[in-house]
Write a protein that binds this ligand. Structure first.
Ligand code: DOR
Length: 442
């Protein structure tokens, strides 16, 4: 038997209890539980949350193992408090067949840091022309439920309609990277005052919003599920609010970087701030925070996009877009949403665990994710020290890449332990009690 006793922890930031994890499940929750033969961890009144679930991670394997591997990316995920991540399909080869999604799923299982749910490409080679074999990916060992050409938009309305229809057969969802390509030719940053000043080609808000509006209408028309990746504009939040008011099955995510950073960072010409969709204005950031607070935005997803040095440390125009984000996600959410009182810890659990797991259908099956902290549920949990803070140092990251936009920034709260089915994947040794022989509390 493997058993852990997490002493003095506050589930969802509420009243302190002891929690026992036995054989991969939450076995007991209560005050002053006897030690028995459990290993003991001193929670020091830290916040206990269900393991976080990311709907949007780029693990780069196969193809760009110099930027990230499934092993390094999932290690970074565990350090960030995640027990499951969805691995995006824009690998090389593209994850557009059962063979590739099964390979990624197996690599994740073998690494053992967190569950890896591969995302399947919507179109062959992400080329936007021919639908991939979504059904065989859904039926594979990887059990794919999320399909996305992320990095590229499924811009052909007919193809998008067919994909939305097709995924209904296995309760799948199409996750759209909303970017009308004809409106973003050569785009380098948000279109606005700063892009005019810098003379860089702009990526207008309407390029995102036009696709979201179209896809909401398509999803409603065919009665399917649509998920919108990384919304970044105030107008997108308005559109989604409208679609939800109609009762349509539309969900959306926001990234931590779009909750915190703005487009004036482009004035540094530091490509670490280049990302797709681009950083927007302070008004957009405020609308995203409000949308996340009121539930219009369902969840936070990292869009962890590691890049090798030579792809990122180039001049702005040549650098690839993307930022790492797994290890910093929770800290950014605490800074932007919890500290100012806009989200409770219970709502953080909803937006970073339950909702993304539900959208990806990871809350079903033999080993579900995103489940509540309750007796009998899988012991996927993260312990957070809410009073701690840490300064982001890219050299300390478990990711193989260094392109964090938060380098040097001090973020609030710290993950001190992550458990995957009752096994610690991250454990700060300072909180493990060594002498715990005998029954009862020491
Ligand atoms: O900035 C981004 N980087 N946005 C995307 O949609 C793709 C991602 C990547 O794969 O690097």
């Amino acid at each position: 038997m493997s058993a852990w006793l997490l002493r003095d922890v506050r589930p969802y930031g509420e009243d302190a209890v002891d929690v026992r994890l036995v054989d991969g499940r939450i076995a007991e929750l209560g005050r002053d539980l006897p030690t028995g033969d459990s290993r003991v961890l001193d929670g020091a009144s830290g916040v206990l949350l269900p393991g976080l679930v990311d709907l949007h991670t780029h693990l780069r394997e196969p193809g760009r193992e110099d930027a990230e591997t499934v092993e390094t990316g999932t290690r970074a995920a565990a350090l960030g408090g995640f027990t499951a991540v969805h691995a995006m399909a824009n690998t090389d080869p593209v994850a557009d067949t059962a063979g590739v999604v099964e390979q990624v799923w197996r690599l994740g299982r073998d690494a053992g840091h967190c569950d890896v749910a591969p995302v399947g490409a919507v179109t062959i080679g992400l080329a936007g022309e021919t639908m991939a074999e979504l059904g065989t990916m859904a039926d594979s060992a990887a059990r794919v439920r999320v399909f996305s050409d992320d990095g590229r938009c499924v811009s052909d309305a007919g193809l998008m309609r067919r994909a939305l229809e097709y995924v209904k057969a296995f309760d799948g969802v199409v996750a759209q990277h909303a970017q009308e390509p004809r409106l973003t030719v050569g785009a380098q940053m948000n279109e606005g005052v700063v892009s005019s000043m810098l003379g860089l080609t702009g990526w207008p808000a309407v390029a995102e919003e036009a696709v979201i509006a179209r896809d909401c209408l398509l999803a409603a028309h065919v009665g399917s599920r649509l998920h919108v990746c990384h919304v970044s504009t105030a107008g997108s939040v308005e559109l989604v609010r409208w679609a939800k008011s109609k009762g349509w099955d539309v969900t959306v995510e926001v990234t931590p970087h779009h909750l915190l950073l703005t487009d004036d960072l482009a004035t540094t010409y530091d490509p670490v701030f280049k990302v797709n969709p681009p950083l927007r204005t302070a008004a957009d950031v405020e609308a995203l925070r409000a949308g996340l607070a009121d539930g219009t935005i369902d969840c936070v997803a990292t869009d962890h996009a590691p890049h090798a040095l030579e792809d990122k440390e180039a001049e702005w125009g040549a650098a690839l877009p993307g930022m790492t984000g797994l290890e910093t996600a929770l800290g950014v959410v605490v800074e932007t949403m919890v500290a100012p009182g806009r989200l409770t810890w219970r709502q953080v659990a909803q937006r970073l665990s339950a909702a993304p797991a539900r959208i990806g259908r990871l809350d079903e099956g033999p080993s579900p994710q995103g489940r509540p902290l309750a007796v009998g549920e899988p012991a996927n949990v993260v312990l957070v020290d809410p009073a701690a803070s840490w300064t982001v140092d890219p050299r300390q990251s478990a990711s193989r890449s260094r392109n964090t936009p938060f380098a040097g920034r001090t973020l609030p709260s710290r993950v001190v332990a992550t458990f995957l089915r009752g096994r610690p994947t991250v454990l700060d040794s300072a909180i493990v009690e060594t002498a715990h022989a005998g029954p009862g509390r020491a």
